[in-house]
Design a protein around this ligand. Sequence first.
Ligand code: PRX
Length: 651
Amino acid sequence: MATDTDSLFQPKEAFRRTAHVKSLEEYQRLYRQSLEAPDAFWGEQARQLTWFHPPESIREVNEQAADFAWFVGGKLNVTVNCVDRHAKARPDKAAILWAKNTPGEYETITFRDLAHHVNRLANVLKAHGVRKGDRVIVYLPMIPELVYSLLACARIGAVHSVVFAGFSADSLRERVLDSGAKVVITANEGPRGPKSVATKAITDEALDGLAQVTSVLVARRTPKEVPMREGRDHWLDVEAQKHRGVCPAEWMDAEDPLFILYTSGSTGKPKGVLHTTGGYLVYANTTFRYIFDTQPDDVHFCTADVGWVTGHSYLVYGPLSTGTTTVLFESTPTWPDASRLWQVVDDLKATTLYTAPTALRSLIKEGDSFVTKSSRKSLRLLGSVGEPINPEVWRWFHDVVGEGRCPVVDTWWQTETGGILIAPLPGATPAKPGSATLPFFGVEPVLVDEEGRKLEGNGVSGNLCLARSWPGQARTLYGHHSRFVETYYARFLPLYFTGDGCRRDEDGYYWITGRVDDVLNVSGHRLGTAEVESALVAHEAVAEAAVVGFPHDLKGTGVCAFVTVKPDFLRTPDEKMVGSLREQVRHVIGPIATPDRVVLVSGLPKTRSGKILRRMLRKIAGGETENLGDASTLADPAVLDELLTKGLPPT
Ligand code: PRX
């Protein structure tokens, strides 16, 4: 493991020359200014956007009530910023480069095309009764209609809620219900690697018996025919033909909602994180410009799915609001083999690549030759997101992928933060592998102990909080503001609590150590242990379940479920039961949540008051046999022997 200071990677000279911020001193000066005079700083950033009416005040903040408003009184439309102004200035510039699932197949969508498609789809939505403020669920694979859908909603002031196309029918249904959407946009199917996701069939199952949804718009990704329900289901291409490609942009208030994105929390129910128009867009735009150090002819390749916040902010809104060409990648990094990403980079001449440590780990495993046989000369910057990046993986990214030429930006943020909060500025900040380095402008990280006492100075570890509002922060959990207050503000008021643990080293650099709550970070995706447990206990055979994370070579964190089975099912062979329980979670939540290990036990470790000792389970699942806590607190000390026999990871 690298120590804090043994490897400082200074910004590359060639990169620094054209960078927006060219030295650490310049960053520090701007950072100080952004804290001392936030209104001036954010007012200046807001001027990068086109407003129908400029903001009257920059921010109104009330931490006690967790009420935040930015750019108050400002009127704008996201699509004027992401589409119209670029379609006017550079109509033939590529807005989207679509890399289809089949290797070598690409499609270019210019800003002119984008304007046409977005306006037409906006008219389709209107014709299906969608009005300003209405929610629209988008359940699409990585096809251009996905981006059009987001922007079409924004055009008319509807609120999009994208559900990742890997989620199950149950998960989709839950989100449709919570959001109250009347319209769902999906596709007949979604090819992905060697498989295809049956998005329409899953949608049908999710909407079964739900009168709430009156229109399902179906994009035709392949020639495959799918059952269409009379009166409810409509082919999107047929609908689009009915409308012209002109639709006036709705005047939105800066604080009008732009989207809801569901994410996992520490309870069984996903939360609908709500972002608003002005603050979110200013933040996505500003962070994208500085952290990816945008240059006019950049081709930005973000490998994340638009179903996650990374895809929202750094595949769609950040790039398009700056007029940057963005790559939409339909396939996976390892299909048909581990050279796929580099092939796309070379074919599309991608300049900035933004991916996740979990993807890098799966590529490292396949060997360097898949990388080195490609050119990658177009690349000038590499970015990482989603989970802590192991220093070895950082070095591989830097040395092998970037040939030591490209800066690596490790970016820390969350669905709730809207954009990146801690990351290096590539022309200014010396990097340390494994550290997200220093806060972005206007961001004030604070570390506190369990009692909420602020940990001053450097060389300290604690709970990572944020001391002041930033424009991109989520405004509420849709329909559950008290849960918003409870989750993020109640514990360390007036600070925002991130749920992450963190160390600030002797140089003031931040090192995220992982979640400190009951949320797992599996392959860079958030998963609540309670969600997986509820999926398991919904199985007829399960009496009780406790889910914990354990270190996993590829996924970062793996999912381990300890389960007790009801007496009637004790005769089922273990292997069959484990298979059935894994399938259960897959079915209820989606493949990403499938437990890596299911351990069938006759009892869970509990205190006499009935509390499950998760810490003990976590340690055992992680292979620890010592310091498991005081076994005498166990109601039934005998369970420990069984756990130690069955629960340790296989060697
Ligand atoms: O634990 C942190 C981890 O991912 C969590 C946020 O997950 P999600 O809302 O799904 O958003 C992921 C993409 C922004 C955080 O609380 N995380 C994210 N980025 C990093 C990270 N941990 C360490 N380093 C990062 N760069």
